[in-house]
Design a protein around this ligand. Structure first.
Ligand SMILES: Nc1ncnc2c1ncn2[C@@H]1O[C@H](COP(=O)(O)OP(=O)(O)OP(=O)(O)O)[C@@H](O)[C@H]1O
Ligand SMILES: [Mg+2]
Length: 253
């Protein structure tokens, strides 16, 4: 049984610096935030809010003065911004943060890469990684979101090669001093059906988002599955997507 969660130093972030998500309930569940230079997965079923959660965390960090980069691999960057503006109606300064380069939102189309490289998988993956690095360097981003990793999985069919590529990516991100949030899809939205891919074992932390159907009502809940080197909440917490961003109802608050 982990006892670290009762310690004030952990609640305040401990000795190692942390990147706060800025979402009060989520920071409580993470005992102060995400340890710097950690690489966390945000996993969830379709429409659970993975993209919006990443955007929200980056938006809040950009406002706190942390340079951030959102790398859109599935949607056009302008659509990511448009959807975020629609969901978070009270965030009226998104354009300002983008214009000032505190929040960089850029894209990379893996489909183009695949056809360009004529199916050379490792080359495509390597190119996307260097593009991600180049985007992050445009504003010296300390927090990067990659949405979604499932696209990269498609580029590398072989399990061993895939695992090696992820490890190389993680090492590189840490070397650059970047903390990252990487979305991945899980097939079912329900917790009981949760199955992890091999990538789950190599990342530093996993946050999962679930949608549970209850008769005619959908409920959203999230949990922290793992955080390396730090304790975390074990409870399943409801969350909501509102005009003022995500709200997470954690018992730790
Ligand atoms: N304007 C809005 N107001 C409130 N909630 C919204 C709004 N737009 C979207 N949502 C909620 O956010 C969800 C979509 O969020 P998001 O795109 O982040 O999900 P996702 O997990 O990234 O989905 P996908 O698997 O398709 O990538 C919707 O299912 C809906 O519940
Ligand atoms: Mg998405």
């Amino acid at each position: 049984m982990a006892v670290d969660g009762n310690s004030n130093s952990f609640q305040n972030g401990g000795a190692r610096g942390r990147i706060k998500t800025g979402i009060v309930g989520l920071d409580s569940m993470l005992y102060g935030g995400i340890p710097e230079k950690s690489q966390y997965i945000i996993a969830g079923g379709p429409g659970a809010g993975k993209t919006l959660m990443c955007f929200d965390i980056l938006y809040r960090n950009a406002k706190m003065g942390v340079p951030c980069a959102f790398i859109a691999l599935e949607e056009k960057p302008e659509d990511v911004i448009k959807n975020a503006k629609a969901a978070f109606a009270d965030y009226t300064d998104i354009d300002e943060l983008v214009q000032s380069n505190m929040l960089v939102v850029e894209g990379e189309d893996p489909a183009t890469r695949i056809s360009e490289q004529d199916g050379d998988e490792s080359y495509s993956f390597g190119n996307i990684m260097s593009d991600i690095e180049a985007i992050a360097k445009t504003n010296n981003a300390r927090l990067v979101a990659i949405d979604s990793f499932s696209v990269l999985r498609m580029l590398i069919g072989d399990d061993l090669k895939y695992r090696k590529s992820i490890l190389a990516m993680i090492t590189n991100m840490k070397r650059l001093g970047i903390t990252s949030l990487i979305t991945t899809e899980i097939k079912s939205s329900e917790r009981k059906d949760l199955k992890f891919g091999i990538e789950s074992f190599v990342f530093d932390g996993i946050i999962t988002l679930y949608q549970n159907g209850q008769e005619d009502k959908r409920t959203l809940t999230m949990e922290i599955v793992k955080t390396r080197g730090t304790a975390h909440s074990w409870t399943l917490s409801p969350y909501d997507i509102t005009a003022q961003g995500f709200r997470v109802f954690s018992i730790e608050q």
